[in-house]
Design a binder for this molecule. Structure first.
Ligand code: FES
Length: 696
């Protein structure tokens, strides 16, 4: 390791052995030949220390590779890449969002592109049918660039605006009402100082402290950094002894971060961020009155490295944590830009930020090593964070803005769940509550104000479209509701954005399977029982499938089908969630009859049809009045912590008080999971209403 030649504050292991200089990853990627050496990309000694310190003479000369231009349509964006680079790598280099669920393993079939012109080489794959091959579809991760190429991102893959649960006006008004008294982390204090005289000749810092004390600030546990001290003399004299002091309140003390001349505008804004594995939501908040001035949302750019947290960690191990960090930062900063532009706010006035995310997302965003999260005994590097500075993270707001990161109780139960609890308040109340957050994973909390147990049940990303042929996220063109005519088996669908469909999102899949089960198109084991001569039955390769929408009814001009393996994936996901419920209840010596309420949050919470979720066995067959939707609780909790010190403290207490149950080596979980691999369950007695509906 050594210090980068261009950024001496950065440690790096990349070294040019010829010039004996270190270079950080940013410099390595920089196309400017002046940065160091224009031949570095083909230099045989560049990564010398990574090769175990071999002698330069032992390393054979490598011929310089050809570079080719890849143009991506419809946006006409291009990038130069070396020969044999995969199209997926080219997509990532061009910073184009593309879902690569399996992180380039060639097994998910999500990274489809159409080659319009140019030379490529593709590995054979069973994931493209004859029609797709004829239309020149390729899998980006299985195709290498062999010349200048133009590719098109097809309609079904193009990212559209996400529909995010819990961002409506009603929800935000309700949120505002939940916070009594605003207490930001960073405050700007305007001061009018008395100029020094021979009679009053105390130092500038003492003068500042005296005035702060007069204004009611507790200066006994206040520090000031060397940077602020260096600028103190100039700042105090710059505007006739009028200054603005930025003070950040920490756990046991406070710190003067900056003193600037003049009295800055008092307006201060805050940002709450929900960093989901799939999607990211940003609220821009007026710190004076708690109003949400803008809410923006988008896909996490890291989706190009896989759907789930494990694939993201694998990608970070392979390509470096900073790559994943940059991806998520570019998404967040883009959403912040959108928010400040729409609300006409100056980014320098954003002084407070709260970030809520699962443990892996938090690590990757902060550039913290995540590899041990996926290795026995599954330990995060950091679970609770001090107040950080925005510039140290890379957030494009006021560089000294204070950043609170929600603490993570465990490797697979993160700050998003803590934020969810802040919002739902189940830990403050008496009723025994089951809390379930179904997103890219499934996290469950059981408890009340006396105790809390939490677990993650590895539900996988199927409910967000992962591992399902026509699965997609809840964005424009996604089928979100389905009912099926019992006579004709024709589905009636509702599509996000009221447009032609191009895929099916989680709530649509739950509806579809529930309807197919009740209309006897499939059996409880998920296998098809529909007559093979029915026009909606199709065989796709070796797979039986049901045509949800014919090609002429879709925006992608292809049949949207649902196969037996798609059903199988959903059964596995819902089975993992239900098994999680059962094991947590067993651990507590309880059963569903003792649960007073079930709170559902997460990506599809707002659109979930409870009856249909019960029919497929995702949720228990108990009184429907016990279920409550609460939308995106992670962003709601982040908002509350942004405004209130009380909630920031409460988040730390909640995180510390949760008992984490690890399912990874739990035999009981495996048994419950196996029992739940049926629609709704192998134990039909636990689902009396569904049993009656199926028999009918
Ligand atoms: S098949 Fe290419 S990313 Fe999965």
């Amino acid at each position: 390791m050594g210090k980068c030649a261009n950024h001496p504050d950065r440690e790096t292991s990349y070294m040019c052995m010829k010039h004996d200089k270190y270079m950080c990853e940013e410099c390595l990627e920089c196309p400017d030949p002046e940065i160091h050496c224009k031949f570095r990309s083909s230099c045989p000694v560049w990564f010398m220390d990574k090769r175990g310190g071999k002698n330069i003479d032992d390393i054979p000369d490598k011929p310089e590779k050809n570079r080719f231009k890849v143009v991506f349509m419809p946006d006409n964006k291009d990038v130069l890449v070396e020969e044999n680079t995969t199209l997926l790598e080219a997509v990532q280099a061009a910073d184009i969002p593309l879902n690569a669920s399996c992180n380039g393993k060639g097994v998910c079939g999500k990274c489809k592109l159409v080659v319009e012109s140019g030379m490529v080489e593709s590995a054979p794959t069973p994931l493209l049918n004859d029609e797709e091959k004829r239309k020149k579809y390729v899998l980006a991760c299985q195709t290498t660039v062999q010349g200048d190429v133009t590719v098109k991102i097809p309609e079904e893959v193009l990212e559209k605006k996400l529909r995010i649960a819990g961002t409506g006006k009603q929800v935000t008004e309700e949120l505002k009402g939940m916070v009594k008294g605003i207490s930001p982390m960073l405050s700007r204090i305007p001061l009018e100082l008395n100029p020094p005289t021979l009679e009053d000749s105390i130092s500038d810092l003492d003068r500042l402290n005296r005035c702060l004390k007069k204004s009611g600030v507790d200066i006994d546990r206040m520090n000031i950094g060397i940077k602020a001290m260096r600028g103190l003399a100039g700042a105090m004299r710059g505007e006739d002894w009028n200054v603005t002091v930025s003070v950040v309140k920490k756990k046991c003390s406070s710190e003067v971060l900056e003193v600037v001349p003049g009295n800055l505008p008092a307006n201060s804004f805050g940002i709450a961020v929900d960093v989901g594995t799939t999607s990211i939501v940003v609220y821009l908040v007026d710190m004076e009155n708690g109003s949400i001035l803008a809410a923006t949302s988008g896909h996490n750019r890291q989706a190009a490295c896989g759907d789930d947290v494990i694939n993201r960690i694998v990608c970070a191990e392979k390509d470096g944590v900073s790559k994943l960090s940059k991806m998520v930062l570019s998404t967040i900063n883009g959403l912040i830009n959108e928010a400040i532009n729409s609300a006409d706010v100056d980014r320098e006035q954003i002084d407070n930020v709260v970030i809520s995310g699962n443990t892996t997302m938090t690590h990757l965003l902060l550039g913290i090593e995540p590899r041990h999260i996926r290795r026995d005994p599954y330990i995060p590097s950091v679970s609770s964070f001090p107040i950080l500075r925005a510039e140290d993270i890379g957030l494009k707001v006021n560089p000294i803005a204070a950043v609170f990161v929600m603490p993570s109780p465990a490797s697979y139960v993160g700050g998003d769940i803590v934020a969810g609890l802040l919002y739902t308040g189940l830990h403050r109340e008496e009723p025994l509550t089951m809390f379930i957050d179904v997103g890219t994973n499934g996290e469950i909390v059981l408890g009340n104000r006396d105790w809390l147990m939490a677990a993650s049940c590895s539900a996988g990303p199927a409910f967000e479209g992962g591992g399902v042929r026509w699965g997609m996220r809840a964005e424009e063109g996604a089928i979100e509701k389905v009912s099926i005519d019992p006579e004709t088996f024709n589905p009636v669908v509702t599509v996000v954005g009221d447009t032609l469909p191009r895929g099916i999102c989680g709530s649509g899949m739950i509806d579809l399977i529930s309807e197919m089960l009740l209309k006897k198109i499939i059996q409880p084991n998920g296998k098809f029982s529909i007559d093979s001569t029915h026009p909606r039955y199709i065989k796709s390769g070796d797979e039986h499938a049901f045509i949800v929408a014919f090609a002429n009814e879709t925006s992608v001009e292809r049949d949207i089908i649902f196969t037996e393996s798609d059903i199988d994936n959903i059964i596995r996901s819902k089975g993992a969630v239900y098994a999680g419920f059962m094991v947590l209840l067993n651990q507590a010596g309880m059963d569903f009859s003792m649960v007073d309420r079930v709170i559902i949050t997460g990506g599809f919470g707002q659109f979930l049809d409870i009856d249909k979720a019960v029919t497929i066995g995702l949720l228990p067959d108990i009184e429907r009045s016990k279920f409550k939707y609460m939308g995106n609780s992670s962003i709601a909790g982040a908002y509350m912590a942004l405004l209130s010190e009380k909630y920031r403290k409460e988040a730390i207490e909640v995180s510390n008080s949760m008992t984490y149950i690890d399912f990874s080596s739990n035999n009981e979980f495996m048994d419950e999971f196996t029992s739940a691999l049926f629609l709704p369950h192998t134990n039909m007695e636990a689902f009396p209403n569904v049993k009656a509906a199926i028999v009918r």
